[in-house]
Design a protein around this ligand. Structure first.
Ligand code: FE2
Length: 289
C-alpha cells in the first residue's frame, strides 16, 4: 500500500484528477455547447494565462449560456468580515502567493478547472436533491472553494520555483488554510484548503502513517467541501497538466487501500462521474486513462 508521503510526493500527478460531468441530467452544466471543440485554439491560451474575464467557462467551452457564467462578485460567499468575496480578490491572492509566473499559471489553471468540475457536480446534485425536496449546495461557495483549495501549494515549491518540495507537499493543505485566514477569508473558505487531500484523510490515517501533521481529521466537513475534494481527483498538476479518468482516479485511490477506493466509489455514486473528453480537448490536455 502506498503511504501518504507517496501521495504527497505524487501530488503533482495524483492530487487532482479531473472529470467533466456527464450530461445525463437537466442542469448538468455547460458542456452541451457544441462549439467547445472548435474553440480549442482559444482555450489553450488559458494555460499559464492571466485572462481578466471573470467568467470561467466562456474561455473553456465557448459557452453562450448565461447560467454558466461565474459572477465577478460572489455575493453568497462572505469573508471573515462579512464582505462578499470577488473573483479579482481570489486571482490577486493567487498572484501574490506565486513564486513566479509559471507557478501562477499552473495553479490558477488547475484551480479554475477544479472549480468548473465541482460546480457542475454541484448542479447535477442540486437537481436531484430538489426532486427529493432537499436543499442543494451553495454553488458560489463551491466555486470559491475550488478556486482557492490549492492556494497553499505556492508555499511548497522547491527552491528552484518550478518543482515541488516533496517533503513539504504534505503541508500544503494547512499552509493554504493559514494563507486564507491571514487574508481574511475566514474558516468557511479556509476549510477547503485544509480538507481536500485524497478522498479524505482521517486522524487515524495521520497516526497510522506517522505523518508529521497535527493529529486531526482532514476530511471534508461540508457538502461543498466534498464536491471540491471529489472534483480535485480528476485533474493533476503534473508536467504537463493532465486530466484523470474515473478509472485512473480509482487506481490512485486504491494505492492507499481498498477502503479509500470504496470511499471514492461512494462519492461517485453521490455526485456522478465526469465526462472529460470535451473539457480536456478545450484545454489542450491529455486524459490519463
Ligand atoms: Fe488540487
Amino acid at each position: 500500500m502506498a503511504t501518504r508521503s507517496d501521495e504527497a510526493g505524487n501530488a503533482a500527478s495524483n492530487d487532482g484528477a479531473v472529470f467533466y460531468v456527464k450530461q445525463s441530467g437537466v442542469g448538468a452544466g455547460p458542456g452541451t455547447n457544441a462549439s467547445a471543440g472548435a474553440d480549442a485554439g482559444a482555450a489553450t491560451s488559458l494555460i499559464g494565462a492571466d485572462e481578466p474575464c471573470p467568467f470561467l467557462t466562456d474561455e473553456l467551452l465557448g459557452s453562450t449560456d448565461p447560467a454558466s457564467a461565474v459572477p465577478a462578485v460572489f455575493d453568497c460567499v462572505p469573508d471573515f468580515d462579512g464582505a462578499p468575496v470577488t473573483w479579482d480578490r481570489i486571482r490577486e491572492l493567487h498572484r501574490s502567493c506565486a513564486p513566479n509566473p509559471a507557478a501562477f499559471g499552473l495553479l490558477w489553471t488547475h484551480c479554475r478547472i477544479v472549480a468548473l468540475l465541482a460546480r457542475d457536480f454541484a448542479r447535477r446534485y442540486a437537481f436531484r436533491a430538489k426532486r427529493q425536496g432537499l436543499s442543494g449546495p451553495n454553488e458560489q461557495l463551491v466555486v470559491v472553494g475550488g478556486l482557492l483549495h490549492d492556494i497553499g501549494v505556492y508555499r511548497v515549491f522547491a527552491a528552484d520555483g518550478t518543482t515541488f518540495d516533496h517533503d513539504r507537499y504534505l503541508f500544503h493543505g494547512l499552509e493554504g488554510w493559514l494563507i486564507l485566514h491571514e487574508n481574511g477569508f475566514g474558516e468557511r473558505i479556509a476549510g477547503f484548503a485544509r480538507d481536500h487531500t485524497g478522498v479524505g484523510m482521517t486522524r487515524r490515517d495521520v497516526l497510522d502513517e506517522g505523518l508529521r501533521l497535527p493529529a486531526d481529521d482532514y476530511s471534508p466537513r461540508t457538502l461543498e467541501e466534498e464536491l471540491v475534494m471529489y472534483a480535485d481527483k480528476f485533474h493533476t498538476k503534473s508536467t504537463p497538466p493532465t486530466f484523470v479518468s474515473p478509472a485512473a482516479a480509482r487506481r490512485s485511490a486504491r494505492r492507499f487501500g481498498e477502503a479509500k477506493a470504496r470511499r471514492l466509489d461512494r462519492f461517485a455514486e453521490k455526485f456522478g462521474e465526469p465526462d472529460l473528453e470535451e473539457l480536456a480537448a478545450a484545454c489542450g490536455m491529455e486524459i490519463r486513462r
